[in-house]
Write a protein that binds this ligand. Structure first.
Ligand SMILES: *[C@@H]1O[C@H](CO)[C@@H](O)[C@H](O)[C@H]1NC(C)=O
Ligand SMILES: *[C@@H]1O[C@H](CO)[C@@H](O)[C@H](O)[C@H]1NC(C)=O
Length: 402
């Protein structure tokens, strides 16, 4: 469609003005279009994104990198700090950032988009990260050995004072959002979407981090909605809808060698909804001699709808039943002080509450309060206990075996 020349030139001028805009706080906006990014979904925009980042990062004033509506292909990109400004640098994604269609074109780092070494970062904008993981999942499902290293979509690493807000992640090859070795991170209003059968596509994975909060997440995926790996402490997770998926999991712990002691402590998971998930609230550790502990966990106010294992501690975790460490019964990870309060709804299997703890390190201080879980909304469910000590308070259904 032809446009009258004066109108076109006005639009071009407006557009140019929008490329570099002071924001209301006196900061500057670095629009990736000005750096040559093409919103065509086909031209690699990693270079323009990185150049916009370099200018924003160098700015003494609060700065925003802006990705306007449109589709931007990014092969892979690492945005590195520290930055000049003492205020946070904002990366505002209004458009859709897509990974290359061909897998294996994202390098070998296991990451697609990374922010690292930041003190003060906001990733926001309501836009979408599309990891285009289908081809890689298919390769892995065929059991092929030559599948390339899968990439996590968004990684925040070695940073503090970070907010990730209103970002959508779809079809990651591996984990959708990873918080690695960070302190002080808030993840708010994030949506994750991938098919139920996509392998290892955890929604949000936390690793060796402290003071991380997750609020208002909607996660449908093929693995854990949220996974809390080793080395995490002081976590707050509130208002998360999960399903399909494998639930909210602490662990797995006790598999890798390397870290001296694998620990998770002080975790609150409050007001959650699980729909048709494999698990609800889960703690999982591998058998074997790796030392560690999980302590100070509160799971409060959860609603389960047709969940295979609504409440589960599994210290014999070994999903492929091969290469399981130890004798499968005596995990050296100690689990203590775990409270379940206000857990309601239906289990899809007869056993709604399962505590399968380590023979050599029994679970202790487990408490159940106001728990009401049925078997498929029509029959009484059951509890299973092994090597566990704890207490109950108020109504607890199925009757506890603590
Ligand atoms: C536990 O973590 C929360 C943040 O989720 C924090 O506010 C609280 O102070 C921590 N408690 C202890 C005893 O460290
Ligand atoms: C418990 O969850 C329900 C929704 O499932 C919510 O409306 C309510 O505010 C929550 N209560 C608390 C104390 O967080």
């Amino acid at each position: 469609m032809a446009m009258a020349k004066p109108v076109l030139s006005l639009l071009v001028h407006l557009h140019a003005a929008l490329l570099f805009l002071p924001d209301p706080d006196g900061g500057a906006v670095y629009n990736v279009l000005r750096y040559g990014a093409r919103p065509d979904g086909a031209t690699d925009a990693a270079g323009p994104f990185l150049r916009a980042w370099a200018d924003a990062c160098r700015s003494p004033r609060p700065a925003t990198v802006y990705v306007p509506p449109g589709r931007y292909l990014v092969r892979s990109a690492t945005f590195t700090g520290p930055c000049h400004s003492r205020a946070a640098v904002t990366f505002a994604i209004a458009g859709t950032v897509v990974a290359p269609a061909r897998y294996g074109a994202r390098g070998l780092s296991g990451r697609w988009i990374t922010f690292e070494n930041m003190d003060g970062l906001v990733v926001s904008g309501g836009g979408t990260l599309d990891g285009r993981g289908r081809a890689l999942w298919a390769c892995r499902r065929r059991g092929q050995r030559d599948c390339p290293t899968p990439t996590s979509s968004l990684t925040i690493a070695n940073s503090k004072n970070v907010v990730v807000a209103g970002v959508q992640s779809v079809d990651s090859e591996l984990f959708h959002v990873v918080v690695l070795q960070c302190h002080g991170v808030t993840v708010r209003g994030v949506t994750v979407e991938a098919p139920a059968d996509s392998p290892n596509t955890d929604g949000i994975h936390l690793h060796m981090s402290s003071h991380v909060s997750v609020y208002d997440a909607r996660i449908s995926t093929g693995d854990d909605c949220i996974s809390v790996g080793p080395g995490n402490s002081h976590l707050w997770i509130e208002r998360v809808a999960c399903g399909p998926g494998h639930g909210i999991s602490i662990g797995s712990l006790g598999k890798q060698q390397g870290m001296e002691v694998e620990a998770v402590q002080n975790v609150t998971v409050k007001t959650t909804w699980f729909t048709g998930t494999m698990n609800g609230l889960r703690i999982k550790t591998w058998g074997g001699s790796k030392r560690g502990f999980v302590t100070g966990v509160t799971f409060a106010n959860a609603t389960m709808s047709g969940v295979d294992n609504p409440i589960i501690i599994d210290q014999n975790y070994c999903p492929d039943s091969s290469g399981c460490p130890g004798d499968g019964r005596s995990s050296s990870i100690r689990i203590s002080d775990v409270r379940y309060v206000g857990i309601r709804g239906s289990s899809a299997t007869p056993v709604a509450v399962s505590f399968d703890c380590s023979r050599s390190n029994p679970c202790s201080g487990i408490s159940l309060q106001d728990v009401a879980l049925t078997y498929q909304n029509r029959a009484a469910a059951k509890s299973y206990c092994r090597n566990v000590q704890g207490t109950t308070l108020g109504l607890v259904l199925p009757p506890s075996c603590l």
